[in-house]
Ligand binder design. Sequence first.
Ligand code: SF4
Length: 193
Amino acid sequence: MLLPRLVRDLLRGPQTDPAPPVPEITVSALIERLDAAARARLGRSLAIRHVGSGSCNGCELEINGLSGVVYDLERLGLRFVASPRHADVLLVTGPACRNMTEAMQRAWHCAPEPRWVVAVGDCALDGGVFRDSYAVEGGVGQVLPVDLVIPGCPPSPGLMLEGLLALVEAQRDEDEVPAGMPPRAEPGFRNQG
Ligand code: SF4
C-alpha cells in the first residue's frame, strides 16, 4: 500500500504554494548596504542574536529565511551568533512572556555596547494575539529598551533586512538605558532618518 502512495506523491509534485519571487538584486543590495553600514558603525560585520520569548515560531521561520539560500545573510559576513556576549543586535520575537523577562534582561546586559534591540513581529510590538494572556507583560518594549520594531505577523525576511539596515545606517549613539530599563522605542520602524 505504501509504494503506490509513494509513487503517486512523487508524480504529483509539491502540494504547497510556490514561494513568491524574491528580487535577487534588491536582496543583494540590501545585504551589501547593511554590511557596509555595520562596518562603518562597528568596524566589522553585524552579529545578531535571536532571542525567542514565547512566539508561535512563525517569526522564527522567517528569521531562518535570512540564513537560507535566497537571502544568505552570511555571504557578506553578517551572522547569527550563539551568545548575546558576541552580539550587536538582539532580535527578539514573541510577546514579553513573564517567565522570559529575567532571561531577556540578562541577555541584554550580557551584550556588549553598542547593543540594539529589534522587536520582530506584532507579538513583540504589543503582545499581538497573546496580548491578554495572564502570562504576558505585553510587547517587548515593556521589559527591554527597544530600538526598532518590525511589525508583521510574521514580517518577511526582506522587511527584517530593511529594518536592520535602517537601524545601523542611523548610527545612533544614544546613552545607555540604565538599570530599571525601558524606555526607548515607539511602535513602527525607527531610526530611519
Ligand atoms: S507575530 Fe505572528 S508569527 Fe510572529 S510570533 Fe506572533 S503570532 Fe507568531
